[in-house]
Write a protein that binds this ligand. Sequence first.
Ligand SMILES: Cc1cc2nc3c(=O)[nH]c(=O)nc-3n(C[C@H](O)[C@H](O)[C@H](O)COP(=O)(O)OP(=O)(O)OC[C@H]3O[C@@H](n4cnc5c(N)ncnc54)[C@H](O)[C@@H]3O)c2cc1C
Length: 393
Amino acid sequence: MSQSQTAIEESLARPLKTLSEEEKMFRDSVREFAEGEIRRRVAEMEEQGHLDPSLMKQCFELGLMGIETPEDYGGSGGSFFQAILAVEELSRVDASVGVFVDVQNTLVNNALLRWGNPQQHKKYLPQLASEKVGAYALSEAGSGSDAFGLQTRAVDGGDYFTLNGRKLWITNGKEAEIFVLFANANPEAGYRGITAFIVEESFAGFSVGKKENKLGIRASSTTELILEDCQVPKENVLGETGKGYKVSIETLNEGRIGIGAQMIGIATGALEAALAYTAEREQFGKTVNEFQGVQFQLAEMATELEAARLMVYNAARMKEAGENFVKEAAMAKLYSSRAAERITSRAIELYGGYGYVKDYPVEKYWRDSKIGAIYEGTSNMQLQTIAKQVLKL
Ligand SMILES: Cc1cc2nc3c(=O)[nH]c(=O)nc-3n(C[C@H](O)[C@H](O)[C@H](O)COP(=O)(O)OP(=O)(O)OC[C@H]3O[C@@H](n4cnc5c(N)ncnc54)[C@H](O)[C@@H]3O)c2cc1C
């Protein structure tokens, strides 16, 4: 049995939330980074609407941008579960840093590791682990839930494809230098024409458009991408031509667990803040956490968070064990995003008026939680996936 198989066997013998020594050490190191380096920068990054470049650099230096990438390619040689722990811990302090690391690992690196050929691995994985930010570009103005209706076109020109079209809502769009981007190379074949490409920011005809002004995760960039006769070498087709739909579906199935991790991180941050505040705030001559009404609210929040965390960890462990995790990943994202919204909203109420202003952290947690019901498939799309599995459609 290989070392990683042994590690998976051992993890299955443990209660879901009990971490191995290695996982614990990894989680603690990410927590230390989040507490020591991220927390003091959160308010300013939120205000300015971008990530601090020195933090992004530290994410690379700490190995957080190539968690599952093998050490031979300059990565950390870690596990998917560790990537989930990283996203959770970062999001507990700042969900923008959480999604920055999440997209790099669960979407970009994952797609390359799974679908890339040896030359692509050799060329791109080391860059993504050490210095270059990646982004995942599927959505367009007219195709979100109906992702396969994308209008970006790729025309075969011999040694290269010429890409034309626009992508919208691309996380890390401003910082990224390497894009996993989807275009249709054979529109007559419908979704079977969709092809995944590795596009570099430096390719002629590629540019980054407008940056969105968002409700939450404000320090995370979300941009438009413009492709005007962008020439992409044929060796940059990721997987097979016409199999991009498979690349996108299967990557997003895994990515959803990462969004679940982001949501439980946000909810943990909000619950911790509410526990601390209600232990200090006095009304009627007592701290407010002495009132049973408040205690029950905190208990509800903790219970929902526990359920969400178990679902996210279970989906991640199932993926690692090689089981079919599609339903569980959709359920984990659906439930954890709803739980995060409820927990953060309740945290605001427990802060009273102070919860409604930007001097305290909880209003941001609430705004940040909302995205969980939208990206990587809206809640309705998760319900559709779950229904298909439950009803065997
Ligand atoms: C901050 C942010 C970051 C993002 N990052 C990325 C990224 O990095 N890469 C990327 O490719 N995309 C990204 N997205 C895009 C995101 O994945 C889409 O916004 C999402 O898939 C929804 O698509 P839409 O916005 O077009 O909504 P629509 O698909 O138009 O949906 C509108 C409403 O209709 C509902 N609906 C649609 N179809 C159905 C149906 N068949 N049954 C029931 N209800 C339905 C939806 O649930 C929703 O409530 C990001 C979006 C945001 C806001």
